[in-house]
Design a binder for this molecule. Structure first.
Ligand code: SF4
Ligand code: SF4
Ligand code: SF4
Ligand code: FES
Length: 592
């Protein structure tokens, strides 16, 4: 690594050659405000001009996010010219911005407000006409409001990096420029998979999840039996909303908060995850032993299901027919649970707390609604749950640790917990498939070959009692596409594939707390590199703490089959726990 000598504010430093001024300054302990630059150059348009500094050797002020350091460079962050220029840049942005902050869900986490505050841009310095506003509220997952957009391009870069898709782009030119799916379509009318990755990176309220808090409030008001179920990945991240370090498991406090919000029962989706493994594991064994369609691909990520229906309609028979865990659990709550409690399913309102924006879309799939009654009535993201907790005045960090409700569906195993991590569904399934093929539990319990937290492809080959099972894992559609094209070309060597919509799996879902170094002073500078690993570790350690770590050992799952479902993949199980898929006309690029 070669080094160069520079000066910042008159102080001498040695930094790595090739760094931008912004990166070098950060390494030396200076935060230069920035907006369009994000995540090590994932998006670096140099367009917002919020990061202007003076640097010797350059003509005038330079955008520090794109300008590299050089030997002998002297950088001035706080010269009057630099301070004034940065303030002007923010004032210009605010002059074309709908500043209704008190109604904006981003308030408190808005990077535009952050840079306005630190640059001192507090007045309406420029006033004039605003560009035309485009608002899209049609998609169940996400909304777009261009009156809050600063044209930073982060969303465009994220969609492309995560999925290899260019759903979003800039339309028009100059003052009329706005961000949108092609031809200013709604997200609902484009092949957007509603994963919410673009929402995660948007610095303002221009892209947000479609909030369903009002729906939940209305269910309480109507006197419904409001039952809540929370997905594994939520507990690994909700603490971040209340200033806990990334990776702090907050299961007990989250349960206590849900109870104080008034939910009649507080259940863990891990019960549904164990049920999914019973059904999916049996389905895989059936396909392996009876010449079924292989490779079988997991089906618990609705972002991935959307992608498959839009782009790989010819491969839908490869998808497991299992509903996702929270949909299975919703169906069980409205049938078995309702029967045991003597409650009319129509009076039950099931709320899922999810790390995911696409689950909002999923719960509205016609295949998941029986006689007008959906399996799940509302989906709240981790961020929405945090908003409800704050609204209720609950001091999250002072809550005691409480336990899930234990009746009927309170038991869960470590296998269910790891569903939230890429490779987790695969590992959970392998624990049960191993038992079914050998009659013994695997030793060790873990299948570490399928673990990891990046978005690339991982693969492993397992010999279980003479049966070879080749498996692969992909998260993010860019990686998944490679595996899917192999199947299309007849070249796939795998029997079982796990695909998750978001890179890194649900711990990095589109509904998880925003990871913003500027709002996380207690985290290391590497937080954008390490947060997935830290959240994943929170789930793996919860798995290790469980006495039961295989889905087939869950006593209440065993009871559910004995009393209600019969056996895995039975007729009744199929009716309640399995689903169908359909290629989406107009988007499907089926190649035979
Ligand atoms: S995006 Fe930020 S500045 Fe704009 S209205 Fe929302 S909170 Fe306010
Ligand atoms: S929701 Fe996902 S697929 Fe849709 S535009 Fe955003 S990143 Fe792209
Ligand atoms: S929608 Fe958000 S992320 Fe996309 S360009 Fe606008 S402000 Fe940036
Ligand atoms: S952060 Fe440098 S130009 Fe936007």
């Amino acid at each position: 690594m070669s080094l160069v000598n520079i000066k910042i504010e008159g102080q001498p430093y040695q930094v790595e050659a090739g760094l931008t001024i912004l990166e070098a300054a950060k390494a030396c302990g200076y935060e230069i405000p920035s907006l369009c630059a994000f995540n090590h150059g994932e998006c670096n348009q140099g367009s917002c001009r919020v990061c202007l500094v003076e640097a010797t050797g350059a003509r005038g002020l330079v955008a520090s996010c794109v300008y590299p350091v050089s030997e002998g460079m002297e950088i001035k962050i706080s010269s009057p010219a630099a301070v004034q220029a940065r303030r002007r840049s923010v004032e210009l942005m605010l002059s074309n911005h709908n500043k209704n902050c008190q109604q904006c869900d981003k308030n408190g986490q808005c990077e535009l407000l952050h840079v306005a505050q630190i640059t001192g841009a507090r007045e309406d310095a420029f006033q004039g006409v605003h560009s035309e506003t485009h608002i899209d509220t049609l998609a169940p997952g996400l909304i777009r409001d261009t009156s809050k957009c600063i044209l930073c391009g982060r969303c465009i870069a994220r969609c492309s990096n995560a999925h290899g898709m260019g759903i979003l782009g800039f339309e028009n030119r100059g003052f009329a420029t706005f961000v949108s799916p092609a031809e200013n379509r709604s997200f609902a009318d484009s092949p957007c998979i509603q994963c919410g990755q673009c929402v995660n990176v948007c610095p303002t309220g221009a892209l947000m999840e479609h909030s369903e808090i009002d729906k939940v409030d209305a269910a309480f008001k109507a006197g419904k039996h409001v039952i809540v179920q929370a997905a594994p990945a939520v507990r690994a991240a909700i603490g971040e909303e209340f200033d806990n370090p990334v990776g702090t498991p907050c299961t007990g406090k989250m349960i206590a908060a849900l109870r104080r919000l008034g939910f009649e029962r507080v259940y863990d989706v891990n019960f549904g995850a164990d049920l999914t493994i019973m059904e999916e594991g049996t389905e895989l064994l059936g396909r392996l032993q009876n010449g079924g369609v292989l490779p079988m691909i997991t089906s618990c990520s609705p972002g991935w299901i959307n992608y498959a229906e839009y782009n790989y309609g010819d491969l839908l028979p490869h998808l497991s027919s299992c509903k996702s865990p929270h949909e299975m659990q919703g169906a069980v709550i409205k049938s078995y649970w309702a029967q045991e409690k003597g409650i009319d399913p129509k009076d039950i309102f099931v709320v899922s707390i999810m790390p995911c924006v696409a689950k909002k879309f999923e719960k509205e799939r016609e295949q998941l609604i029986t006689n007008g009654n959906p399996d799940v009535d509302a989906v709240l993201t981790t961020r929405e749950l945090a908003r409800m907790i704050r609204r209720a005045g609950i001091m999250f960090n002072r809550l005691p640790d409480e336990e899930w409700d234990q009746d009927i569906m309170g038991d869960y195993t470590g296998a269910g917990v790891i569903f939230g991590v890429t490779g987790g569904v695969m590992e959970a399934a392998l624990r049960t498939v191993y038992f079914k093929l050998t009659g013994k539990e695997s030793e060790p319990v873990e299948f570490t070959a399928v673990r990891g937290h990046d978005a690339g492809i991982r693969e492993a080959s397992l010999d279980i009692n003479g049966t070879t099972v080749n498996v692969a894992i992909a998260s993010g559609m860019k990686s998944a596409k490679v595996l899917l094209d192999e199947i299309r070309e007849g070249k796939s060597k795998y029997q079982f594939i796990e695909i998750m919509g978001c890179p890194g799996g649900c711990i990095n879902g589109g509904g998880q707390p925003y990871v913003r170094p500027c709002f996380m002073p207690n985290e290391g500078d590497d937080i954008l590199d390490t947060y997935k690993e830290k959240r994943a570790q929170a789930l793996y350690s919860e798995d290790e703490r469980q006495t039961l770590r295989q889905s087939h050992k869950n006593p209440q799952i065993i009871e559910l089959y004995e009393k209600f479902l019969g056996e895995p993949n039975s007729h009744k199980a199929h009716e309640l726990l399995h689903t169908t898929y359909a290629a989406r006309e107009g988007f499907n690029e089926v190649k035979k």
